[in-house]
Design a protein around this ligand. Sequence first.
Ligand SMILES: C[S@@+](CC[C@H](N)C(=O)[O-])C[C@H]1O[C@@H](n2cnc3c(N)ncnc32)[C@H](O)[C@@H]1O
Ligand code: SF4
Length: 458
Amino acid sequence: MFTTNCSFLENELLDVVRLFKRRPQVLEHSFRFEEGVFYNAFCVDGQAFSFEDREQVCSELQFKRLERRFAKLRLYEILSNLYGETMPWGALTGIRPTKLAYMEKENGRDFTKLFNRMQVREDNIKLVADILKTQEGIYEKKDGNTDLFVSIPFCPTKCAYCSFITAPIDKTRHFLPAYLDALDKELASAKESVGNLRSIYIGGGTPFALDASDLERVLKGLDGIFKTCNPNAEYTVEAGRPDVFSDEKLALLKEYGVTRICINPQSFSDQTLQKIGRKHTEADIYRAFDMAEKYDFDINVDLIAGLTDETPEVFTQSVEKAVATGAENITVHCLSLKSGAKLKEENDYLENDFISAMVASSRDILSKNGYAPYYMYRQKYQVGNNENVGWTKAGKACVYNIDIMEETADNLALGANAVSKRVFTEKGLITRFASQKDLKTYIENVDTLIEKRREFFK
Ligand SMILES: C[S@@+](CC[C@H](N)C(=O)[O-])C[C@H]1O[C@@H](n2cnc3c(N)ncnc32)[C@H](O)[C@@H]1O
Ligand code: SF4
């Protein structure tokens, strides 16, 4: 049972509780502010704790921030002491660490002080500092900057861990012609909403689940925007699973100016791949690389730490094998199980004794092999409360990933289950506009959707 006299802190405090494997049965919280002092009192299973934090307040916004910060930190400290557990990101929840670091920097403060205060682990503070460094020259906060996303929510089959809204194409193929028609309409009207185009990303799902002629329709639809708005924009296709690669599809990407693709193993272990329902083998991964070689794309490789039964040794081998492919980008995800994933367990706390070792070894191997971290994000229900980190060779950082994660540019997102975003830098405001998640509803409502989004981008 949980009670607080401060309803806006309810979810924030529950997020802190969820970090821990052990949880209090009864948690009471009360907050008051008097003469510059933030008073937080907690009662955890009958034990009382009270704290006073003094800080100068200059605005309502800052007051709310501090109210949240002190309450979360104090609860974290209590639970961490009671249960003898510390977390890699300390009491930080609900905000991207790099975003918070930028906010501190913009206010002329050294972000490491706040991170230390929030009990973020030393190596994670360094990770954030390294990411900010890699982003230098790419990170750009300017109204009107736009990234364009096209959603292809079709997959060859559904992987057991995946909670993305996407379905096996065999079950949804009958929607495909109407889906592509709807996308064509969206693309035809999208140009007027594009500001300064920085990147294009065709993602999924698995864009290569489409056959070559359908894929070409999407590329053709995008071609006008790409060529007129910025023919030098970074252009990614999350081609995806190695089992659906073909030379014909790769040649099409080259023809339409795509610069970056994803070949995603998740793991190089055939045993694991079978357990997670990936329907491809290690050999298929190399086959996809061989096919792509002559086209000279920048290549991203996705890996997941914490997959079913994997030991640190097996995961480490995957990281080493990913490095050996020579990929320009390697993204290390930590397993997160949300509803929608077949692997989702009853228990919403994900434990993995090995995950910290896996994360540490990936950081070690990647940095020794010339990769630098360039973006990161955390998700709820992530094994061991860790994070996803994108690593890059020098000069190859993906603009799209940076813009999305740092929320520095508008995102014009087309297709089902796509969320467009407007970023008003000067006002410090971000607004969102979501299209329908379900294929049928999206197709049926595309005309209204186009009108509403046009308004949204005005
Ligand atoms: C939108 S998915 C598309 C990737 C593409 N369809 C493929 O599977 O190759 C992007 C990435 O999210 C990651 N991902 C998906 N489900 C995840 C989960 N439950 N936990 C952590 N990462 C996950 C995977 O690494 C995946 O490659
Ligand atoms: S991981 Fe990729 S291929 Fe697998 S279900 Fe999710 S989006 Fe589809």
